[in-house]
Design a protein around this ligand. Structure first.
Ligand SMILES: O=C(O)CCC(=O)C(=O)O
Length: 274
């Protein structure tokens, strides 16, 4: 894995809210992680658990992508990527944190002629309120403007509040809350297979429809800084964990939100719990 990042790139990430690292994975690594991700997604769709391909799930959203979450819980083969401390350390450097925990991993496969991913922000979906979450998006295929690469509204991670706007059918739904963002020019981030697109969880982003007969597969890892507290919003962690939490409690149970990198503490070896 090639993760060198210059001070200039860190500054650009802070300013824009996103960063592209071409060639983060070697061709051999892409092959390995594509195979592991494919395998994990196929099993998830068969065995059940968190994914969006249920008959009763929203018909538009089901066709935005095949989304399968928390794959490392049942598919240890993916932990070599998702639990890699070098990745979590880079996430920590980008937002100036001394430790990073895993929020979730998820595969996002935009299938041929899949719908667009409307503009949204990630953190308002989640159970902590901070402008320092980080999402790593590994391209497992070349991601192009034609097949649905990511697009960003630069600088929006520093704007607005934590109002939650779901990924819906309208590309500009988010701009009903923030009309002034319509004036911002969106930036596409085409990237070759093996490239890594990193964003701050508060930056507004989306992806175009997949206008090709090929798939646009990605594997993603979402991190949050160690020390963040529960904000009362239930997202995708197991209900029994949420039942045990009070608003304001630190999100620090390694069985659910493992510490993947820390400057001071010993990182987690806890087995994940569903
Ligand atoms: O892959 C996509 O289409 C959207 C990805 C995204 O929104 C994310 O990873 O936060």
């Amino acid at each position: 894995m090639r993760l060198e990042v210059t001070e200039q790139q860190i500054e650009a990430f802070d300013c824009d809210g996103f960063l592209v690292l071409e060639g983060a994975l070697s061709p051999g690594e892409v092959e390995v992680w594509r195979r592991e991700t494919e395998d994990a997604v196929a099993r998830r769709l068969q065995a059940g658990g968190r994914h969006n391909q249920y008959e009763q799930s929203d018909p538009f959203y089901r066709e935005v992508f095949t989304q399968a979450l928390h794959l490392t819980r049942r598919h240890p083969g993916l932990r070599g990527l998702v639990y890699d401390p070098a990745l979590a350390e880079l996430a920590g450097r980008l937002v100036g944190a001394d430790g990073m925990r895993l929020w979730h991993d998820q595969a996002l496969f935009k299938e041929p002629y899949g719908n667009q991913t409307s503009f949204h922000r990630d953190t308002p979906y989640w159970s902590m309120t901070t402008r320092r979450t980080v999402n790593f998006w590994f391209a497992l295929d070349d991601a192009t403007v034609e097949n649905g690469c990511l697009w960003y509204l630069p600088g929006t991670h520093k704007l607005g509040d934590f109002t939650h706007v779901e990924i819906g059918t309208g590309m500009s739904d988010l701009m009903k809350i923030y009309p002034q963002w319509r004036a911002i020019r969106a930036v596409p981030t085409p990237v070759s297979a093996g490239g890594l697109v990193i964003h701050n969880g508060m930056v507004a982003h989306g992806a175009g429809a997949n206008m090709t007969p090929g798939r646009r597969r990605a594997m993603t890892i979402a991190y949050f800084p160690d020390g963040e507290v529960y904000n009362g919003r239930r997202d995708t962690l197991p209900e029994k964990y949420y039942d045990a939490l009070q608003v304001g409690d630190r999100l620090e149970d390694d069985r659910y939100v493992p510490l993947l990198w820390s400057r001071q503490k010993v990182t987690s070896t806890a087995m994940p719990v569903e």
